[in-house]
Design a protein around this ligand. Structure first.
Ligand code: SF4
Length: 220
């Protein structure tokens, strides 16, 4: 049975009335979205893929060449490395959800602009609300910036914060290891922390850790 969600923050291209959306319906909206300039250069929008019941939700930066061609997230070299990282931690890709902060490929794989991330935020918000993962894993500094505002990825990678009942875990983007081999072991070590974190999330947290230390999530 599909999970559905009442969204208050609708796209400018959508009716202003509240809508009862499923994950598939959010994907349909993304595929036809023209709310930022990235829509003009895309081959296909890449909504994301995986389980609607995912405990883990991974957020990268944006589609690259291969993702843009196939309409699927993390299917190029960085995706292959992510697959190997997941396998090393005993995590089945089919049981997680993988998406990006922007759903359309930035030209020449440049960084997504703040205005593009903001325009696409409603889609990510919808996915987070529907899936309600126990752990959000940020891959790279652009997705990290939302959940660890003002932090440096070199300092927070491999650590987590609890915000509004969701644990946010920061990692380098897998592509970083392809450009900088010295990061490979760091990314591998960080991924291996996830199974233990998954085990621990059912335990009650100490009072001081349960208090949000950073900006609250604004999902709706
Ligand atoms: S990047 Fe996001 S906001 Fe921009 S056109 Fe694509 S789906 Fe729409």
């Amino acid at each position: 049975m599909q999970k559905r969600v009442i969204l208050k923050n609708m796209s400018v291209n959508q009716p202003s009335s509240q809508a009862n959306l499923s994950l598939a319906e959010v994907a349909k909206r993304i595929l036809v979205c023209t709310d930022c300039a990235l829509s003009r250069g895309r081959t296909r929008a890449v909504p994301g893929e995986g389980s609607e019941k995912a405990t883990l939700l991974f957020i990268g930066e944006g589609p690259g060449y291969h993702e843009d061609q196939l309409g699927r997230p993390f299917v190029g070299p960085a995706g292959k490395f992510l697959d190997s990282l997941l396998a090393s931690a005993g995590i089945n890709r089919q049981e997680v959800f993988i998406t990006n902060v922007v759903k359309c490929r930035p030209p020449e794989n440049r960084d997504p602009l703040p205005a593009e991330i903001e325009a696409c935020r409603k889609h990510l918000d919808s996915q987070l609300e529907i899936i309600q993962p126990k752990i959000v894993v940020t891959l790279g500094r652009h997705s990290m910036a939302r959940f660890f505002p003002g932090e440096s990825i070199s300092k927070v990678h491999g650590t987590w914060r609890r915000q509004n009942g969701t644990i946010c875990f920061a990692m380098y983007h897998p592509a970083a290891a392809l450009h900088q081999q010295s990061l490979k072991a760091t990314i591998q070590a960080d991924m291996l922390k996830l199974p233990k974190l998954l085990q621990e999330i059912s335990k009650p947290l100490p009072q001081e850790e349960s208090k949000p230390q950073h900006q609250q999530l604004k999902l709706i």
